[in-house]
Ligand binder design. Structure first.
Ligand code: ADP
Ligand code: MG
Length: 252
């Protein structure tokens, strides 16, 4: 008998197992930043990562997105192992299938907002992106002709989000994507990321904003480079409880 479709296992968009990383800034005192982390992202899922400053959130995101190499562990994106991929193949896979919202935005200063938004889709030879639509979605109608230097920090952050979403990548990684935004705009951006995931894609978002984190399907709470708790259908209060319980009073 053919099983009903709902019972079929769903292939994850991202699978990471045993991710570990140590920085040997000085040989005498290497810093272990990630200590064996497992992450899965299923199609349609938004996963948030929270934890105290220095707990390894950004490093984990960089490793999952193939921007940094983990020392140990396996990472597969859509069934392709990226930990053993050559630099050039990894760059192509990132260009075609992944989007990254950097905490520092990383816009190209010589290009205007519209050109910045259009660039990833052009490089990936995707069909022409709806630049005006992407800018409108983040509340930047009429700003396409402005260069990053003519925009506020919050506006630059929204251009960076429009740039990633316009290319419609399978997986979006976002490091503190609401850090420069007011509460209302931040909530709108999270809704956009949510909607992006809902369409069978995946989103992994690092944030210290607990309301933002609670908009995800699952939240991973990191401490000292390890996942201490995973919350399903999280609430801001629930995340705060875990942070308090695991950080002995340290700021989130
Ligand atoms: P978070 O994003 O949670 O604040 P990070 O991943 O940025 O944490 O950093 C975790 C730890 O790793 C910190 O102690 C930081 O100093 C260290 N670290 C991060 N990047 C590097 C690097 N390139 N070289 C050395 N140490 C690093
Ligand atoms: Mg960080």
């Amino acid at each position: 008998m053919i099983p009903p479709q709902d019972d079929r296992p769903v292939a994850p968009l991202l699978t990471a197992r045993g991710i570990a990383k140590t920085y040997a800034v000085r040989k005498s005192s290497p810093v272990t930043v990630l200590r064996g982390i497992d992450v899965d992202v299923l199609p349609g899922e938004m996963v948030s990562i929270v934890g105290p400053s220095g707990s390894g959130k950004s490093t984990l995101l960089y490793c999952l997105a193939g921007l940094e190499r983990a020392d140990i562990g396996e990472i597969a994106l859509g069934g392709t192992r990226i930990d053993s991929l050559s630099q050039s193949r990894l760059a192509k896979l990132r260009r075609d299938r992944l989007g990254f919202v950097f905490q520092s935005y990383n816009l190209i200063p010589s290009l205007n907002a519209g050109e910045n938004v259009a660039l990833p889709a052009r490089l990936a030879r995707h069909r022409a992106p709806d630049v005006e639509g992407a800018l409108a979605a983040v509340g930047l109608t009429g700003h396409a002709g402005k260069r990053p230097g003519e925009l506020s920090g919050g506006q630059q952050q929204r251009v960076a989000i429009a740039r990633v979403l316009a290319a419609r990548p399978d997986l979006v990684f976002a490091d503190e994507p609401t850090g420069a935004l007011d509460t209302t705009t931040g909530a709108q951006v999270l809704d956009l990321l949510r909607a992006h995931a809902a369409d069978g894609r995946g989103v992994v978002v690092v944030t210290h904003d607990l309301d933002a984190a609670a908009r995800a399907d699952r939240t991973l709470v990191l401490r000292d480079g390890a996942v201490v708790t995973e919350l399903v259908s999280p609430t801001a209060a629930g995340i705060l409880d875990v942070l308090h319980a695991t950080t002995s009073g340290a700021a989130a």
